[in-house]
Design a protein. Structure first.
Length: 711
C-alpha cells in the first residue's frame, strides 16, 4: 500500500513538472497579487511573445501610471531573460484619474495587465523550456502608500506553433486600451504664461476630452481641463506647472476622448500626441462643455466660487437642516428686543452680538474646512459633512439638542446663545453673553454641515482642489453668506421693533421652541440607527432618559433643593455612558454589517462596476448620491424620486436606479463625488444617450422628467 501511494505521488510530481512550463504561481504582496503571464501557451522561434505583468489590486487600492501625477511612483519591470531574448517597454493602457484631496494622481484599480513584447531569437531550440524572470516593483496606495515588489518567473516551452492561453482575451482587451501615436487635423499647442491651448479639428463630436501628460512637471495634474468648441474646431485648455521649465518645448501626452477606447461604440478613443509648443495669446477659457477631469461640471473661477459660496450660504438658512437653530436665533432676537425695551439697550451692544454670531459661524466653517483639507491631504477620503459620518458625533449632537430642549422647557437654567428669558436679561446681554451668540453661530454651522444648498456644490468642489488659502477663503465666504441675514437684523434695530411687544407669551414661545430641538433628536437618532443599528440606539435612548433625570435634578438643585445636586452628579456618568457607549470607535458594528444600500423597491446599491456595466450595455442609469443625515436628500427622495410620476417615467424608459449611500464613510463614493467636482451630497447624475446629466441639488418632478426626456 505504501509503495502504491509513493508511486502515485511520484507520478503527480512528474505531471506537475510537465505542466510547469505554462503555469506561473501568483505572488501575494500586501494588498496586491502579481504574476507573469503570456498570451500564448508556448514560445515560437523568431516570433514576438506577448507577455506581461498582471496585478490584481485589493478593493480601493491602486498603483500608478507611467507619469503618476501629483504623487506616487510608476510600476517598473526589470526583465532577466536568457541570451538572445529582449524585452520591449511597458505598453501602458489608458489610466484613470485618482483624486486624493487637493491632489490628482493617475493610475489603476482592480485587475491590471501591463503588456510587454519580448523578442524571441530564431534559433531557440524547439522542445526546451525557457524561464522568463523579472523583478517587478510598485507603489500601492489607499489611505497609506506601501512600496511593493516581487521576483516573478514564468516557464514556457518552445514549440513550432503556439495556441492562445487563458490570458489571451485579457491581452486583447488591454492592447485595445493602449493609446497609439495619432495625428490630429489642424493641431496646434499654444502657451501663454501658465495657460496652454491644445486645438484641433476632431473627426467626430467631442463630449469629453482629457489629457494625461507623459512628461513630469509639465502640466498641473489637479488643474481643471476645459473643453470648448470654437470656430477652429475643439480646444482643450490646460494649466502649466509654474515656473514653466525652460526645456518645455513640446506638448507630449495622451488624449482620451468620449470615455476612451472602452466606449468605442459611443465615439470613444485615445491617442498619443506630440506637438511643438508655441508662445502666443491664450484667452481665459469660458467653456461650453467641461472635460472628463471635471466630469461634467462647468469651470469655476475663484471669483465665481466666492459668489457661489456667498449665495449658497444665504440659501443655507432656508434649508431644513438649519430650522432648529433658526428657532434659537429667532428666540434670541426676541430676547434682545425685550432687553432693549426694558433697559434701552444701545445699538452698539446689539451689533456686537451680531458680530459675535458671525464670528462663530466663520470660525466654525474655517475650522471644519481646515480639518477637512488636512485629513484629505493625509490621504483620507472625506467630504463636506464628514463629521456626521462618525456615530459618536451624531450621539453628541443628539445629547446637545436634547439638553437645549430641556433647558427651553425650564427643567434647568443655562444661558445658551442668548436664548433665555428672565428679568435680568438686559444685564446678561452685556459681556459674557457674547459668548452665547458666538456659540449659537458655531452650533448653526455644525447642524448645517449635512446640507448642500444650491450654488454650494460647485463652490465646495472647486475649493477642495485648490491650495489651502484659496479653499479657506471660499469656506469663509460660505459662512459670511449664512451669517449675513442675522447680522443685518442686528444692525437695523428698526426691523426688530416690528416684533410683538414683550409679555407672558414669550415664556410660552420659549417652551414651544423646545419641540424643534426634540424633533432634531428624532432625526439624529434615525441617522444613528443607520450607522450602528436599532439595538444599539436603544442604549442611547436609555442614556437620554437618564440625561433627563440628571437635568431635572439639577433644576431642583438650582431652585434651592441642594440635596438633588448629588442625584444629578450620580446619574450624569451613567447618562454619558448610555449615550456614547455604543458609538465610540470599536463599539459599533462594522459598516458592512449594516443593511443600508437601496432602502427602496427598485433601487440597487451603487458600485462603480455596476454603473459602468449598465452604461456600457446602453441602459440609462440614474445615480442618487445620498446620506441619512442629509435632510435635503431625504426630502428629494420622498417628495420627488418616490413620486408616482417619476417612478413611472423611470420604469417606462428602463432606467437602472442606483443609490450611493454615504451615511457612513465610503471611499469609493467620495472618489466618485470628486469626479464631479463635488465634496458633499446630494448629487444626482443621469447617464444615457451618450450624455451625462448632473441635476440640481433641489429636485422637482419637472426637473427629473425633463432630464429623462433628453435621453
Amino acid at each position: 500500500m505504501t509503495f502504491l501511494v509513493r508511486t502515485l505521488l511520484a507520478a503527480l510530481l512528474v505531471v506537475a513538472a510537465a505542466f510547469q512550463g505554462s503555469v506561473a504561481q501568483p505572488v501575494r504582496v500586501d494588498h496586491a497579487e502579481a504574476e507573469l503571464v503570456a498570451a500564448t501557451d508556448a514560445i515560437v522561434p523568431g516570433q514576438p511573445l506577448s507577455a506581461g505583468l498582471l496585478i490584481r489590486h485589493d478593493p480601493h487600492w491602486h498603483t500608478y501610471w507611467r507619469v503618476p501625477g501629483d504623487s506616487g511612483l510608476p510600476t517598473t519591470i526589470d526583465w532577466r531573460l536568457p541570451a538572445g531574448f529582449a524585452a520591449g517597454p511597458i505598453e501602458w493602457p489608458v489610466p484613470k484619474r485618482l483624486p486624493i484631496g487637493p491632489l490628482m494622481n493617475f493610475g489603476y484599480e482592480g485587475e491590471l495587465l501591463l503588456p510587454v513584447r519580448i523578442t524571441v531569437p530564431a534559433d531557440a531550440a524547439v522542445g526546451q523550456t525557457v524561464q522568463l524572470k523579472a523583478r517587478a516593483d510598485w507603489l500601492i496606495c489607499k489611505e497609506v502608500c506601501i512600496p511593493g515588489g516581487a521576483d516573478l518567473q514564468l516557464a514556457l516551452p518552445v514549440k513550432a506553433a503556439a495556441s492562445p492561453s487563458g490570458f489571451a482575451p485579457l491581452f486583447a482587451s488591454t492592447r485595445a486600451q493602449v493609446p497609439q501615436p495619432t495625428t490630429l487635423a489642424a493641431a496646434s499647442a499654444t502657451i501663454d504664461g501658465g495657460r496652454i491651448r491644445l486645438a484641433f479639428k476632431p473627426a467626430a463630436p467631442l463630449r469629453q476630452l482629457e489629457f494625461f501628460p507623459i512628461e513630469e512637471a509639465r502640466i498641473e495634474p489637479a488643474a481643471a481641463q476645459t473643453l470648448r468648441d470654437d470656430a477652429e474646431g475643439a480646444a482643450l485648455y490646460l494649466t502649466a506647472v509654474q515656473p514653466v521649465a525652460a526645456e518645455f518645448a513640446r506638448l507630449k501626452g495622451v488624449l482620451v476622448a468620449n470615455g476612451g477606447p472602452a466606449a468605442a461604440d459611443r465615439g470613444g478613443w485615445a491617442g498619443e500626441v506630440d506637438l511643438p509648443l508655441v508662445a502666443g495669446v491664450v484667452p481665459q477659457a469660458a467653456p461650453a462643455t467641461a472635460s472628463a477631469s471635471t466630469a461634467g461640471a462647468t469651470a469655476v473661477t475663484f471669483w465665481v466660487a466666492l459668489a457661489g459660496a456667498f449665495v449658497g450660504g444665504l440659501i443655507l438658512n432656508l434649508m431644513p437642516c438649519v430650522f432648529p437653530v433658526l428657532s434659537l436665533k429667532l428666540l434670541s432676537l426676541m430676547q434682545h428686543q425685550r432687553a432693549g425695551n426694558e433697559a434701552h439697550l444701545p445699538h452698539a451692544s446689539l451689533r456686537a452680538h451680531g458680530g459675535a454670531f458671525a464670528a462663530g459661524v466663520l470660525a466654525c466653517f474655517v475650522l471644519l474646512a481646515a480639518l477637512l483639507i488636512a485629513l484629505r491631504a493625509a490621504g483620507e477620503q472625506l467630504g463636506w459633512g464628514f463629521q456626521l459620518q462618525t456615530p459618536w458625533v451624531i450621539a453628541g449632537l443628539t445629547l446637545l439638542f436634547f439638553l437645549i430642549g430641556l433647558n427651553l422647557l425650564g427643567a434647568f437654567e443655562f444661558s445658551f446663545g442668548g436664548a433665555l428669558a428672565s428679568s435680568g436679561a438686559a444685564q446678561r446681554l452685556q459681556g459674557d453673553r457674547l459668548s452665547g451668540s458666538f456659540a449659537t453661530g458655531v452650533l448653526a454651522v455644525v447642524v448645517a454641515a449635512p446640507c448642500t444648498a444650491p450654488f454650494m456644490g460647485a463652490a465646495l468642489g472647486y475649493a477642495v482642489t485648490q491650495p489651502a488659502p484659496v479653499a479657506l477663503a471660499v469656506f469663509a465666504m460660505l459662512g459670511a453668506g449664512m451669517a449675513a441675514p442675522y447680522v443685518a437684523l442686528t444692525w437695523m434695530p428698526a426691523l426688530l421693533r416690528r416684533l410683538p411687544r414683550p409679555g407672558v407669551w414669550m415664556l410660552r414661545f420659549r417652551q414651544v421652541m423646545a419641540f424643534p430641538m426634540f424633533a432634531t433628536c428624532v432625526w439624529l437618532l434615525w441617522v444613528l440607527a443607520q450607522q450602528i443599528g436599532v439595538d444599539a440606539v436603544a442604549l442611547v435612548l436609555g442614556g437620554l432618559v437618564l440625561t433627563a433625570l440628571a437635568a431635572w435634578a439639577a433644576g431642583l438643585a438650582q431652585s434651592g433643593a441642594r440635596r438633588w445636586r448629588w442625584v444629578a452628579l450620580a446619574v450624569a456618568p451613567l447618562a454619558l455612558y448610555g449615550v456614547f457607549g455604543m458609538t465610540l470607535p470599536g463599539s459599533a458594528p462594522a459598516p458592512g454589517e449594516l443593511e443600508r444600500g437601496a432602502n427602496a423597491a427598485g433601487w440597487q446599491a451603487w458600485s462603480r462596476a455596476t454603473q459602468e456595466a449598465r452604461v456600457a450595455a446602453g441602459t440609462p442609469v440614474f445615480v442618487d448620491f445620498t446620506a441619512a443625515w442629509c435632510v435635503t436628500c431625504q426630502a428629494n427622495k420622498r417628495l420627488v424620486l418616490a413620486s408616482d410620476a417619476v417612478r413611472a417615467a423611470f420604469a417606462q424608459r428602463g432606467v437602472t436606479l442606483l443609490r450611493a449611500d454615504w451615511t457612513s464613510r465610503d471611499d469609493e463614493i467620495t472618489r466618485e463625488l470628486a469626479r464631479f467636482n463635488r465634496n458633499g451630497v446630494p448629487l444626482y447624475v443621469l447617464y444615457g444617450g451618450g450624455t451625462t446629466q448632473v441635476l440640481p441639488e433641489l429636485l422637482t418632478e419637472r426637473i427629473v422628467l425633463d432630464a429623462l426626456g433628453r435621453l
